[in-house]
Design a protein around this ligand. Structure first.
Ligand code: FAD
Ligand code: PYC
Length: 421
């Protein structure tokens, strides 16, 4: 990466801090008190809210912006996901959105001058029933038409890219092939939030943590202000980007969303030697796995079977997910699991996101990413910033508006959504 001459960080500051007991690190972003009024208030300092702030400042010159966060930045789903990035979606509009995002990941470290550790190691979606094989082959053909590079992998090719997979055709769920996206991969999730936060802060955006939005004043049918735990903040525009809490904040602004909130859990094993250098998703059995740089196997499964706002893991999930995966990955039968957690995901009926104006003037919403929004962070921020700045969705965001649910323009991505189908 080329050194940025404006950077406050250098090899010399690294050495100086190492020699002085790490007492003198500069803060990566300021911790301001809220001003009385902003042009735009963004609720939620997850990756999507921070990316929105970054692109509002960078692409639209709007810097009188506050991002208000009830906890700490990146502490929601952004810091709880399993970091899978891919764009192998079926519908044309989704392909455009997710491929924009994947391609922005390729250069994000340089763009925000922060190493987000993008690792295009390849993502493989297994086909383990005849029906699933047909569904992924259909997606493979659609990807080709949309200009997204994927390959169809035979069982032998699957074994080649992931030697620890069992391809015995007598298995209960035999590996019949897979959809392989070589430029899919992973990135460090909290670095994505930190990178956007630092870059937005440098352009003048106020990031206000420990500041919960408790109410929205919409007198006269347009947003006036938000009530927060740090007092009232007036705003000309309000952008709601709170994932699993979307229905709660939309309620405050006086409109309803077609969203269900449910916990999605994940777990990691004890660290082991490198044995898997790609990401594999096995959606028929509801499981997926990759290996972290520390050597832990990062494992996840399906959503909880009931609506809830829990951010915790539960024992049944470890048992169900590991049981589901063990036939395909026999080596995990002897692994000890180290820790587990959960996040609240916001799921729509068609498993596609919402990037939209709302029935309240100057209130905008970005939600419904469900189990799959980490991969979309840069593209989502890019499109949502344009929507907020111009008051109308841009070309890529337009199909994802809220009125598609009343007009019946569903964007069915239940197969691509994988663990959320
Ligand atoms: P968040 O990061 O949740 O940010 C929203 C923020 O809003 C939070 O910080 C919250 O505290 C704040 N907030 C809420 N209410 C208020 C309020 N009233 N006032 C102020 N602030 C408020 N996606 C992928 O693409 N790949 C994956 O591999 C993947 N794995 C996942 C695994 C798990 C276990 C989970 C839980 C999710 C996974 N996802 C994955 C989904 C992905 O994490 C999310 O879609 C994405 O991170 C959403 O980002 P966000 O910025 O919209 O939300
Ligand atoms: O959307 O790729 C995804 C995903 C993987 C695990 C959870 N979500």
């Amino acid at each position: 990466m080329k050194a940025n001459p404006k950077s406050r960080y250098s090899i010399f500051s690294l050495a100086r801090n190492a020699l002085t007991g790490h007492q003198n690190w500069e803060r990566a972003w300021r911790s301001p008190e809220p001003k009385p009024e902003y042009d735009v208030v963004i609720v939620g300092a997850g990756g999507h809210g921070l990316a929105t702030a970054y692109y509002l400042a960078k692409n639209h010159g709007i810097t009188n912006v506050a991002v208000v966060e009830k906890g700490w930045l990146g502490g929601g789903n952004t810091g709880r996901n399993t970091t899978i990035i891919r764009s192998n979606y079926l519908q044309e509009s989704s392909a455009a959105l997710f491929e924009l995002s994947r391609s922005l990941y390729e250069t994000m470290s340089q763009e925000v001058n922060y190493n987000i550790m993008f690792s295009p190691r390849g993502v493989l979606m297994l086909a383990q029933t005849e029906h699933e094989k047909r569904a992924w082959q259909r997606t493979f053909h659609a990807n080709r038409v949309a200009g997204i590079y994927t390959e169809w992998a035979t069982p032998e090719r699957v074994k080649e890219v992931c030697p620890i997979i069992n391809i015995d055709q007598n298995a209960r769920y035999p590996v019949l092939g897979g959809l392989w996206q070589p430029r899919g991969g992973t990135a460090r999730h909290d670095a994505v939030a930190w990178g956007y936060a630092r870059a937005a802060d440098e352009m003048g955006v106020d990031i206000i943590q420990n500041c919960e939005v408790l109410g929205v004043d919409t007198a006269g049918g347009a947003v006036q202000s938000v009530q927060t735990t740090k007092g009232e903040i007036r705003c000309k525009k309000l952008a709601i980007v709170v994932s699993g809490n979307s229905t709660r904040v939309a309620d405050m602004a006086g409109f309803r969303l077609p969203i269900e909130s449910v916990a999605l859990q994940a777990l990691v094993s004890e660290p082991i030697k490198p044995c898997m250098d790609i990401v594999v998703m096995a959606n028929t059995v509801h499981g997926y796995m990759s290996q972290s740089d520390k050597g832990e196997m990062v494992i996840g499964g399906g959503t909880d079977g009931f609506n809830n706002y829990n951010q915790r893991g539960s024992f049944h999930h470890i048992e169900e997910t590991v049981t589901a995966l063990v036939e395909t990955f026999p080596i995990i039968s002897r692994l000890r699991m180290l820790r587990q957690w959960g996040g609240i995901v916001d799921i729509t009926g068609d498993r596609s996101p919402i990037i939209s104006k709302t029935p309240v003037e100057n209130v905008f919403i970005n939600c419904g990413w469900g189990t799959g929004g980490f991969k979309a962070t840069p593209g989502s921020g890019h499109c949502f910033a344009a929507t907020v700045a111009k008051g109308e969705p841009d070309e890529i965001a337009a199909p994802f508006s809220l009125d598609r649910f009343t007009e019946g323009r569903m964007i069915d991505e239940s197969v691509a959504a994988a663990v959320a189908h």
